[in-house]
Design a protein around this ligand. Structure first.
Ligand SMILES: C=C(CC[C@@H](C)[C@H]1CC[C@H]2C3=CC[C@H]4[C@H](C)[C@@H](O)CC[C@]4(C)[C@H]3CC[C@]12C)C(C)C
Ligand SMILES: C[S@@+](CC[C@H](N)C(=O)[O-])C[C@H]1O[C@@H](n2cnc3c(N)ncnc32)[C@H](O)[C@@H]1O
Length: 364
């Protein structure tokens, strides 16, 4: 009898310790804890309703390409997912190629630093981060380049989080965060010496519209780099499995219809950019960007149990379980997109705003 009590007590202590570490401990070494999951700026009791509205809107992404309501629903999406992303992924909301011998964190940073290295900015230059999330890339880029980075995101909650992180990292004098729509940016013409967007412009219903805005605010002669989400040349629109994978990615990531890799340079050229370079960074010899998603599978199950328990006891908002389940399924679609090679989240394009006779005077 005595031995059974000891074993049961020991087992309970181990389980308790496990939950303590995973509930109270942050998933990616820093950032969110499970007990702090929220619905962003949405009141806890409205999270489930907002999730339902989001889901019914994004059920048919191809049919909503022209909808003016897209930015509002993208905003709702980021209220719903921002805490879960930070908790389970970190402060950089994007993928990067895996690198032998380097951690995810290091690989992420290398991918971010490459973006700013390619746009040739100097210390003190004013650079625009289009769709900045909670600012993981912005901080890495400011620290690496000593440029002044201005980030824009449509989501108020992300602005709050990004400013907190900037301050905590001691980078608030280099990093500014603005809440706004990248389709109508609150910046004067010719006001930035460089711009980049990391896995963000895929949310624009029409790529030309956001590219035209970026073109407008850039100084002539300066460079813009983007990592785009696209279907590759392996995607066959008559293949039912391919279509299901792409639809799964669109629905779970608030995308108003994924574009083909051929659309990117076309959109950039249409608004006036010169194309300097275009490359799918996911192609071999790059190691799979989706390896991190695959490796996390066990953690997702654990997170699912955790979120269910936290929602049941009223710590996390009720709809958190639905949102987490949606992300769980999305991770699978993304992995299949990577395995089949029909999708890439890192189709890179590097462009320049040309210097014309009438504008050359502005570039100094
Ligand atoms: C660029 C975009 C976001 C890309 C990624 C940062 C996110 C895409 C899918 C997300 C996740 C899927 C599974 C989640 C898991 C179930 C949970 O337990 C922990 C968080 C996840 C790993 C989450 C993290 C972020 C993503 C990888 C899009 C929106 C354009
Ligand atoms: C997947 S996150 C990437 C964030 C950041 N680039 C990173 O890598 O961490 C996409 C970002 O684009 C922003 N976004 C989407 N649509 C937007 C719009 N219309 N205007 C401004 N920001 C937008 C989202 O709010 C979010 O911050």
């Amino acid at each position: 009898m005595g031995i059974i009590v000891v074993i049961v007590t020991g087992a309970l202590m181990v389980i308790g310790l496990y939950w303590f570490v995973w509930i109270l401990g942050p998933a990616e070494r820093q950032g969110k804890r499970g007990v702090n999951l929220s619905g962003g700026s949405i009141a806890a009791e409205k999270v489930q309703d907002n999730y339902k509205q989001y889901w019914s809107f994004f059920r048919h992404p191809n049919e909503i390409e022209t909808s003016e309501r897209v930015p509002d629903f993208v905003d709702t999406f980021y209220d719903l997912v921002t805490d879960i992303y930070e908790w389970g992924w970190g402060q950089s909301f994007h993928f990067s190629p895996s690198i032998h011998g380097k951690s995810h964190r290091e690989a992420t940073r290398i991918h971010e630093e490459m973006a700013v290295d390619l746009i040739n900015v100097k210390p003190g230059d004013r650079v625009l981060d289009v769709g900045c999330g909670v600012g993981g890339p912005m901080r890495a880029i400011a620290a690496h380049s000593r440029a002044n980075v201005v980030g824009i995101t449509i989501n108020e909650y992300q602005v709050k989080r990004a400013r907190q992180h900037n301050k905590k990292a001691g980078l608030d004098s280099f990093c500014e965060v603005v809440c706004g729509n990248f389709l109508q940016m609150p910046f004067p013409d010719n006001s930035f010496k460089g711009a980049y967007s990391i896995e963000a412009t895929c949310h624009a219903p029409k790529l030309e519209d956001v590219y035209a805005e970026i073109f407008r605010v850039l100084k002539p002669g300066s460079l813009y780099l983007s990592y785009e989400w696209v279907t590759t040349d392996k995607y066959i629109s008559e293949n039912a499995e391919h279509v299901a994978i792409i639809q799964g990615i669109e629905r779970g990531d608030a995308l108003p219809g994924l574009r083909s890799y051929t659309d990117i340079a076309e959109a950039a050229a249409k608004v006036g950019f010169e194309i300097l370079k275009e490359q799918d960074l996911a192609k071999p010899p790059a190691l799979p960007w989706w390896a991190r998603l695959k490796m996390g599978r066990f953690a997702y199950w654990r997170n699912h149990i955790l979120v269910t328990v936290l929602a049941a006891v009223g710590i996390a908002p009720k709809g958190t379980v639905d949102v987490h389940e949606m992300l769980f399924k999305t991770a699978d679609f993304l992995t299949r997109g990577g395995d089949t090679g029909i999708f890439t989240p890192m189709h890179m394009i590097l462009c320049r705003k040309p210097v014309t006779d009438s504008t050359s005077f502005d570039y100094c």
